[in-house]
Write a protein that binds this ligand. Structure first.
Ligand SMILES: Cc1ncc(COP(=O)(O)O)c(C=O)c1O
Length: 459
């Protein structure tokens, strides 16, 4: 695949003017707005608490706060604005339908029909049954219901450290269920470890990860730990929230075969990884694996809240059995936004662009690893990138204190981003130009260097 695709001109950042920190951030206006808002708005994420800046606008690959500071965007909102903030075509389409028809329940519209046709023609294999929602979690919940309806079974297997949303069914698939739901979890929810090449549970004689050992464990667990009523194995093909963790290359094909052997469905939660984020429409395509049920979100509407559950031909009639419709799912603005995203990715050749940015980032980050002892691992697929910070490379002890400092220092230098704990998660828009990507990585490296000095880890 040709990958040296130029970035679209409208999204080019003028690095003479960006980043531009007019006042130390968070500045006085940010602090004042934040104080007023948080009198009432209480459920802030950890990142906002650590850097309480208030934003005013976004354009392409930059964001501006209420004090006039301009940042390079290394998070795309939260993996959402994959095509850059306020992409002209997406904005135009949402504006058009905001003035024409905002909602008509789930009656058919021409724009929804065109979106369905585009999805069926673009997504891999026979993924051609769809239902639309307004958040990723709702799509996940619908996916679980479809898996149950299609198989007549009720148990679900999911993976340690994956994330699927915060309602009862979605959170029952995740480790922090108790934190969100208290003592209750949907009956029949099971969790298993998944292969993380940097932190393997099982290795082969040569020290590399042993995917077969994971599959063998799943076989045993299915026989002994379940009621043999497993509807689906549900996973994120690449862990996003968990820290941009890539599977070993043989994992998804072997998991697909396991699902077939046990007559359970494979459900891929691609809310975070779809729509070009990793350089393909679906991340599963990197490993030639076709799931039976797929969820799309985040970049699906590039900021407009629209998500989908996608189901393969043999199971799609099950969508009818789950009372699938919702108030906002498939409203004309949402459909227009999602259709525009498909068209923009094709017109601007952005799958190739994401892969091009991956190659630049990997080269830079591997150099960073040589220069900085606290960098334990680096990884990227398209514009889904991660740097793992450790206290000690041999023991791989997570270095949360360093992660927090690097986050705050880089933000103060003009990088809007959302790392988590010791993992520096990066998800720049796939329209970013090369120089801006490198500038963002340089800001991170400078912040890592300062952090190493401060914590006594400098080489
Ligand atoms: C893989 C995955 N699934 C589901 C969700 C939930 O999506 P939403 O926050 O839109 O409900 C997320 C959100 O981060 C996610 O990353």
């Amino acid at each position: 695949m040709k990958t040296n695709i130029p970035s679209p001109a409208w999204a080019k950042v003028d690095l003479k003017k960006v980043p531009a920190m007019k006042v130390p951030a968070p500045g006085p206006k940010s602090k004042a707005v934040h104080a007023r808002c948080t009198k009432y708005f209480k459920g802030l994420s950890g990142q906002v608490k650590l850097f309480p800046v208030a934003f005013e606008s976004g354009h392409g690959c930059t964001m501006t706060d209420v004090d006039g500071n301009v940042y390079i965007d290394f998070s795309s909102g939260i993996y959402v604005t994959t095509l850059g903030h306020c992409h002209p075509k997406v904005t135009e389409q949402v504006q058009k339908y905001a003035g024409q028809l905002m909602n008509c329940h789930d009656f058919t519209t021409e724009i929804k029909t065109r979106l369905m046709e585009k999805m069926a023609a673009t997504l891999p294999g026979d993924l051609n049954g769809f239902q639309l929602y307004d958040c990723g979690t709702a799509a996940v919940e619908a996916g679980l219901r479809v898996c149950r309806a299609a198989t007549g079974k009720h148990e679900m297997i999911s993976c340690f450290n994956d994330f699927h949303g915060k309602t009862l069914g979605a959170v029952s698939l995740a480790e922090y269920s108790a934190q969100v739901n208290g003592p209750s979890r949907v009956p029949g929810s099971h969790m298993v470890p998944r292969p993380n090449p940097y932190r393997p549970h099982w290795t082969k004689a040569d020290g590399t990860i042993d995917t077969d050992a994971y599959i063998a464990f799943y076989e045993e667990y299915l026989a002994r730990g379940t009621a043999r009523m497993v509807a689906a194995f549900v996973l994120e093909p690449i862990q996003g929230w968990g820290g941009s963790v890539m599977p070993p290359d043989d994992f998804l094909p072997k998991l697909r075969a396991l699902c077939d052997r046990h007559k359970m469905l494979l459900m891929a939660d691609e809310v975070l990884t779809s729509m070009g984020r990793t350089g393909k429409w679906l991340a599963c395509e990197h490993w030639n694996t076709l799931p039976d049920v797929v969820t799309l979100g985040k970049g699906f509407g590039n900021g407009f809240p629209v998500t989908a559950v996608c189901v393969r031909e043999p199971y799609k009639e099950s969508i009818e059995k789950i009372s699938a419709s919702s108030s906002y799912g498939g409203n004309p603005m949402a459909c227009a936004a999602a259709l525009a995203c498909f068209e923009v990715i094709e017109e601007e050749n952005l799958l190739a662009r994401a892969t091009h940015l991956e190659q630049i980032a990997l080269k830079y980050m591997r150099g960073m690893m040589e220069r900085h002892p606290i960098v334990g691992d680096v990884r990227a697929k398209g514009c889904l990138m991660g740097v793992e910070l450790v206290k000690d490379r041999k023991a791989k002890t997570p270095f949360d204190a360093a992660g927090k400092l690097v986050y705050q220092k880089a933000f103060a230098k003009g990088l809007a981003w959302i790392p988590a704990g010791h993992i520096l998660r990066m998800s720049p828009p796939i329209v970013m130009d090369d120089d801006t990507l490198i500038k963002g990585l340089e800001i991170i490296e400078e912040s890592i260097g300062e952090t190493e000095k401060e914590l006594g880890y400098a080489k």
